[in-house]
Design a protein around this ligand. Structure first.
Ligand SMILES: O=C(O)C(=O)C[C@H](O)[C@@H](O)CO
Length: 265
């Protein structure tokens, strides 16, 4: 069979693509999201209770739907990256990338020798459809998409070099970690943080790469779309359930405390 296409990579055509964080860690919940019209879904292996098997079940659950899966790793471990690629993740988001050297090593972790050091799983893997994909070893990289997260002052300072790293396809700003790391905890809208976000966006576009960001508050998402962000996560499933539950019960009970965050995290 032909190498499966990567719908996320192919969707990055200059139009803003809207996504949702998938944080429940189950195929059942992520499949529900996949039926609702989001362009892409972030299966979060960093902060959600996910493991390689739970990510596999979510990839299988969303496969029939148009929402493209993006898998976020918990760290930079090449062994974990190998496992996630082997179960068929084609788009990876890696958190906390501060330097071009880190970015280059992450690229190498996704490529087979001589272009990198990914180990060969061959017929054991869903990625190769159990050895059914023709020329997988030579062609796998064509349908991979590597997104690195810039979410520190150092990362912003190095944004040009990170974005220009060959094999990096996109840069995703982590507004919560960035704002917290520079002394504005929970306030990505602080002018200093907004300037850092804009700088990262411009550096990414100057390198010819796509830029993404998380913005659950509608005003933020609309502003970032206007700035030219290519993909924006406009919701977090956990927060959507939490908010809807509170709104529902507070129609019947007057003593329910309303959510304090206006950012929607
Ligand atoms: O720093 C950020 O912003 C992110 O990387 C996203 C957070 O990790 C997200 O889990 C907040 O809910």
């Amino acid at each position: 069979m032909e190498l499966p296409q990567n719908p996320f990579r192919r969707s990055l055509d200059g139009n803003t693509r809207y996504g949702c964080w998938a944080g429940f860690g189950t195929g059942y919940a992520t499949e529900i999201l996949a039926t609702t019209g989001f362009d892409w879904l972030l299966i979060d292996g960093e902060h959600a209770p996910n493991t390689v098997p739970s990510i596999l079940s979510q990839l299988q659950a969303v496969a029939p739907y148009p929402s493209a899966p993006v898998v976020r790793t918990v760290n930079h471990d090449p062994a974990l990256i190998k496992q996630l690629l082997d179960i068929g993740a084609q788009t990876l988001m890696i958190p906390m990338v501060d330097t071009a050297e880190q970015a280059a090593r992450l690229v190498a972790a996704t490529r087979y020798p001589p272009h990198g050091f990914r180990g060969v799983g061959g017929g054991l893997t869903r990625a190769t459809r159990w050895d059914g994909v023709e020329n997988y070893l030579a062609r796998a990289h064509e349908e991979l998409c590597l997104i690195v997260q810039v979410e520190s002052r150092t990362g912003v300072d190095n944004a040009e070099a990170i974005a220009a790293t060959e094999g990096v396809d996109a840069v995703f700003v982590g507004p919560v970690d960035l704002s917290t790391g520079v002394g504005h905890a929970g306030n990505p809208n602080h002018p200093d943080v907004q300037a850092m976000i804009r700088r990262t966006l411009e550096a990414t576009h100057a390198a010819g790469k796509a830029a993404g960001i998380l913005a659950p508050a509608e005003a933020d998402a609309r502003r970032y779309a206007q700035w030219g962000f290519d993909f924006i996560a406009v919701g977090i499933d956990i927060s959507l359930l939490h908010q809807a539950a509170i709104e529902t019960i507070s129609r019947y009970k007057s003593d329910i405390p309303l959510p304090t965050s206006s950012l929607g995290y």
